[in-house]
Each structure stands twice: as structure tokens, then as C-alpha cells.
Write a protein that binds this ligand. Structure first.
Ligand SMILES: [Zn+2]
Ligand SMILES: [Zn+2]
Length: 132
């Protein structure tokens, strides 16, 4: 147990890895994520456990946002939106290709990890080919 209830909440969610789901906003939900999705979630949680880095507004249970670009950093929806708008994304988080990516999400309990995907990676994940 840590002093911060939010940390316990996120840890509890992460402990149940079967609760990880990939929401591809335009293409529905990946029900059995594997491969890259699992890796993103694992790396994000590992970074969070190390640094416990978050904005100052996450006292009570609420949706929490993170990104691949800043592993382990948690933000409330308002801080996340501000940061998201201030930082233009032009690269796919999965293959690294420069493109006009779509925003997608990997959810771990109350945590939503937003990922940018090019069309090809989006389609591959949506088709359930997360290992590719
Ligand atoms: Zn905040
Ligand atoms: Zn890609």
C-alpha cells in the first residue's frame, strides 16, 4: 500500500492484466490484445512504478491519461488535453513512421494510455493481428 490511493488503484488495475483492452477509436475494440499492446501497457506501468509522476489533480478516482511519448506520466483529463493540444503528433507510436496518425487508447483499469497509430498499424491491431 502506498500513501496515495490513486497509486493503489492503478496498481490494482495493472495487476489484472486481462483487463487491458485496446480501444481503436475508429475501428472498435480489440478484445484480446497481445504483443505490442501488452508491451506498451507493461512499459508504461514499469515507468510509473519507478517515478510515480503525475499532475497535481489526481486526488479522487477519475479517468487518468498517459501517453507512449511520456511513459509513466499520469494526467487528469484537463491537463492531458492541454498537453495533447500543445504537442503536435506526427509519428506512429508503433512503427515510428511519420504520418498523420489517429489517436487510440489502451485501457488498464482506470488508466487510459493514448497511442498514435498510422493507418496500417491501426488496421493491423483492429484485425486482431497485434503480434505483427
Ligand atoms: Zn491535472
Ligand atoms: Zn505505424
Amino acid at each position: 500500500m502506498s500513501a496515495n490511493p490513486l497509486h493503489d488503484q492503478i496498481e490494482a488495475a495493472a495487476a489484472h492484466m486481462e483487463r487491458i483492452a485496446a480501444n481503436l477509436f475508429a475501428g472498435g475494440k480489440v478484445e484480446e490484445p497481445g504483443g505490442w499492446v501488452q508491451q506498451v501497457a507493461d512499459e508504461f506501468m514499469a515507468a510509473f512504478r519507478k517515478n510515480h509522476d503525475q499532475c497535481d489533480h489526481l486526488g479522487s478516482p477519475q479517468p487518468v491519461f498517459g501517453t507512449v511519448a511520456q511513459p509513466g506520466v499520469l494526467r487528469c483529463v484537463r491537463c492531458f488535453t492541454d498537453w495533447f493540444e500543445a504537442k503536435a503528433w506526427s509519428r506512429c507510436d508503433r512503427c515510428g513512421r511519420e504520418c498523420d496518425p489517429s489517436a487510440n487508447a489502451i485501457t488498464v483499469g482506470a488508466l487510459m494510455i493514448v497511442v498514435c497509430l498510422c493507418q496500417a498499424c491501426h488496421d493491423a491491431l483492429a484485425a486482431g493481428q497485434a503480434e505483427v
